[in-house]
Each structure stands twice: as structure tokens, then as C-alpha cells.
Design a protein around this ligand. Structure first.
Ligand SMILES: Cc1cc2nc3c(=O)[nH]c(=O)nc-3n(C[C@H](O)[C@H](O)[C@H](O)COP(=O)(O)O)c2cc1C
Length: 150
């Protein structure tokens, strides 16, 4: 059975709700999913036994890009992650009214490139209430699920 690891950071619950939706959809396709709040995750777990690793953070800040507060220390540790050649997908919530829309997603994308990870599709950037983006989340997740199984 294919295995997926989802790690998310969320302050008001938006990214958490997206992570839960992604998890449900992947489980429905028969993938074994470990869903973790970043507060309970360790970078050493990334890659490893998982066919795909999925990372999600909302963006905070104003002139500077800031990760969701729990995700920030995790990001600092990411250089230690053994993701070379491993499949990865990225998502995050944000708001286009800010200068750096989903800036955390941009920084994660850049970091995955530096680590030699294989991004399986275009990262998912959600503007505003994720409840209005359900079909985007569903189609993005279906794509990720298919890539995980290849
Ligand atoms: C003080 C503040 C700063 C924010 N900064 C950004 C930002 O720089 N870029 C962005 O895309 N969204 C920004 N947002 C929007 C949040 O990322 C958005 O509300 C998101 O849905 C929160 O997700 P979470 O509940 O999972 O943390 C900001 C929101 C607040 C309240």
C-alpha cells in the first residue's frame, strides 16, 4: 500500500482543514496517510518510508514573508531532511490582498529544489476561505495521489 505523510502548520485552522481534506481524499484512493500538525513532526521523518511527502503552511507577515509560527522552526531544520529524489507536494493558505501571496509556499518550493526533491505538481495556493476552493483542492489532490502511485 502506498504511504503519504502530510505535515501542516495552521494558526486559525484554514491550512489544517485543507490538510484534513487532502488526507481524506488520499485515503479514499487507498493510500495510507499519516497526518501531522508540524508541532508533532520531525524533519527526520520526511521522505524515508513514504511514497510522497506533502507540506503545507499558511503565510503570515507583512513586508517580509513569514511562515505560520509553528512551521517557522521546522523550516529552519529542513536542510537536514533527506528528500533527495523523493516525491513532494506543497500547499498553503494565504490572501491575495498581501504583498507576498502564499510566500511560504514559494519558499518551500525553493527549498525543495535545493534539497533535490521531486515536486510532483504545481504547488496549491489557496486564496481566502478554503471552503471556496474545494474543487481546486480535490483536483490537486487527485493529481498528487496518482503521482504517489507511479
Ligand atoms: C497579520 C496577517 C498577516 C498575513 N500575511 C499574509 C501574507 O503575507 N501573505 C499571504 O498570502 N497571506 C497572509 N495572511 C493571510 C493568512 O495566510 C490566511 O488568513 C490563511 O488562511 C491563514 O491560514 P491558517 O489558519 O492555516 O494559519 C496574513 C494574515 C494575517 C492576519
Amino acid at each position: 500500500m502506498a504511504k503519504a505523510l502530510i505535515i501542516y502548520g495552521s494558526t486559525t485552522g484554514n491550512t489544517e482543514s485543507v490538510a484534513e481534506r487532502i488526507s481524506r481524499i488520499l485515503q479514499q484512493t487507498g493510500i495510507d496517510v499519516s497526518l501531522k500538525n508540524v508541532t508533532t513532526a520531525k524533519v527526520e521523518e520526511l521522505g524515508g518510508e513514504y511514497d510522497i511527502t506533502i507540506l503545507g503552511s499558511s503565510t503570515w507577515g507583512d513586508t517580509d514573508i513569514e511562515f505560520q509560527e509553528d512551521f517557522a522552526p521546522f523550516f529552519e531544520e529542513l536542510d537536514k531532511a533527506k528528500l533527495q529524489g523523493k516525491k513532494v507536494a506543497i500547499f498553503g493558505c494565504g490572501d491575495t490582498s498581501y504583498e507576498h501571496f502564499c510566500g511560504a509556499v514559494d519558499l518551500l518550493e525553493e527549498k525543495m529544489g535545493q534539497l533535490g526533491a521531486l515536486l510532483v505538481n504545481e504547488p496549491l495556493r489557496i486564496d481566502g476561505d478554503p471552503g471556496d476552493a474545494q474543487s481546486d483542492i480535490d483536483s490537486w489532490t487527485e493529481e498528487v495521489g496518482k503521482k504517489a502511485l507511479i
